[in-house]
Design a protein around this ligand. Structure first.
Ligand code: RFL
Ligand code: PHB
Length: 394
């Protein structure tokens, strides 16, 4: 027998997009039910993003989950680009007046979960076979199995915040949905280590052996990435090999300060640019990775998900509180206009900073010329900086 529940907004996905949307709507007195296929510990442990734009920090603060972020987040006023050993600082604050905050996605989701649980949010975690249905109806619904029971959640709207592989985007008929994609011919091999970072700011390096990134989560915990082949196996990357390769790519001056140790997480992520249009179909709205993916080079994925949710929450709040559907009707268009700009930046920085197997000497010279332009022109550096700190919401 199916148990049927009724809510205002059914949210599929309890990643940062779904949790924040639920939290923002709760602040306006709008009821949500959140459904995810994974459990809380799994979601909180998923190591991903590390850099938050000011707009993301503001959104989390407004949602009432900014306390620990303000206490523990590291404010960064710049970062380094390094090309064939030449290192250049992008002075974010000097060029834009803004900064970014280093605070892990794991911590963002922990803060959001804690808040949603404290407010007795209705969650169905560990759900399987989730299916959004009746998207063009006035009462769409989400069906799934939870602890062996069939559940149907009837809602006014469904928010598809279920990431790249989730069912929401797939529920949009193929003749309506248009997708755009670029898959990069390499991945990122990432490790986490309980050691102080090699530098107090992030370093993005393009070396003849491939890209490297020196990042961090705190003053004592570092996150490093190496460009690697798509077919590579983690088992072929014992820590010693990782440190050796990272030292080569960062260059001897930087590597001299590198504190190595045993990694406690190691994974390979593919790099992809992807956009699905439109982001609304009937009463289904897509937000975050469900609608778009950026390669991680610009640190934009989580920030983009938060920006979507800010616009979606505004649209739903205007619908319920002001009986105004203007923002609902313009949601897809407004979000996509910003999404494409962020896609462009992430693609540009990825193209500049990686070794592409297919690159001819011409493309290599183009990369070098672009790096020299950025380091020699304040206008070019400011363009990088204004994108990195985050474009305005609209
Ligand atoms: P998420 O986080 O993927 O959450 C989606 C949720 O939906 C659930 N789900 C389902 N639920 C029910 N039924 C189903 N059938 C379902 N299928 C899936 C999933 O379990 C999950 O809980 O998407 P969301 O919320 O849109 O958030 C997006 C971000 O997670 C993502 O964009 C970032 O992590 C990307 N990213 C980075 N973003 C940044 O802003 N700054 C960074 O520094 C940064 N670094 C990164 C990154 C992503 C990385 N990887 C591994 C892809 C570094 C890496 C290595
Ligand atoms: C990270 O710390 O995981 C990180 C930082 C910057 C990026 C991507 C990932 O551009």
């Amino acid at each position: 027998m199916t148990r049927t529940l009724r809510t205002q907004v059914a949210v599929i996905g309890a990643g940062p997009a779904g949790l924040l949307l639920s939290q923002l709507l709760a602040g306006a007195g709008i009821e949500t039910v959140v459904i995810d296929r994974k459990d809380r510990a799994y979601i909180e442990g998923r190591i991903r993003a590390g850099v938050l734009e000011q707009g993301t920090v503001d959104a989390l603060s407004e949602a009432g989950v900014g306390d620990r972020l303000h206490r523990e987040g590291l404010i960064h006023h710049g970062f380094d680009l390094c090309f064939d050993g030449d290192r250049h600082r992008i002075d974010l604050r000097g060029l834009t007046g803004k900064s970014v905050t280093v605070y892990g996605q794991t911590e963002v989701t922990k803060d959001l979960f804690e808040r949603r649980f404290a407010q007795a949010q209705q969650f169905f975690l560990g759900a399987s076979d989730t299916r959004p249905e009746g998207l063009k109806d006035t009462r769409p619904s989400v069906h799934f199995t939870h602890k062996g029971r069939q559940i149907a959640v009837e809602a006014d709207f469904i928010a598809g915040c279920d990431g790249f592989h989730g069912p929401s985007r797939q529920a949009i008929p193929p003749e309506v949905l248009r997708t755009f994609e670029r898959v990069y011919p390499f991945g990122w091999l990432g490790i986490m280590v309980e050691r102080p970072p090699v530098s107090h700011e992030l370093i993005y390096a393009n070396h003849a052996r491939g890209f490297a990134l020196a990042s961090m989560r705190s003053q004592t915990r570092s996150r490093y990435y190496l460009q690697c082949g798509m077919q590579e196996n983690i088992a072929d990357w014992p820590d010693e090999r990782f440190w050796e390769e990272l030292s080569l790519r960062l260059g001897s001056d930087t590597a001299a300060s590198l504190q190595t140790g045993a990694s406690f997480e190691k994974s390979i992520a593919p790099l992809r640019s992807f956009v699905a249009e439109p982001m609304r179909y009937g009463n289904l709205f897509l937000a975050g990775d469900a609608a778009h993916i950026v390669p991680p080079t610009g640190a934009k994925g989580l920030n983009l998900a938060v920006a979507d949710v800010r616009l979606l929450s505004r649209a739903l709040i205007a619908h319920y509180l002001d009986h105004n559907d203007h923002y609902i009707d313009t949601y897809s268009q407004a979000v996509l206009s910003r999404v494409w700009k962020v896609e462009r930046f992430s693609w540009q920085l990825s193209t500049l900073m990686h070794q592409f197997p297919e690159n001819s000497p011409f493309e290599q010279r183009m990369q070098r010329a672009e790096f020299d332009y950025i380091t020699g022109s304040e206008a070019a550096a400011r363009s990088i900086a204004e994108n990195y700190v985050g474009l305005p919401l609209e």
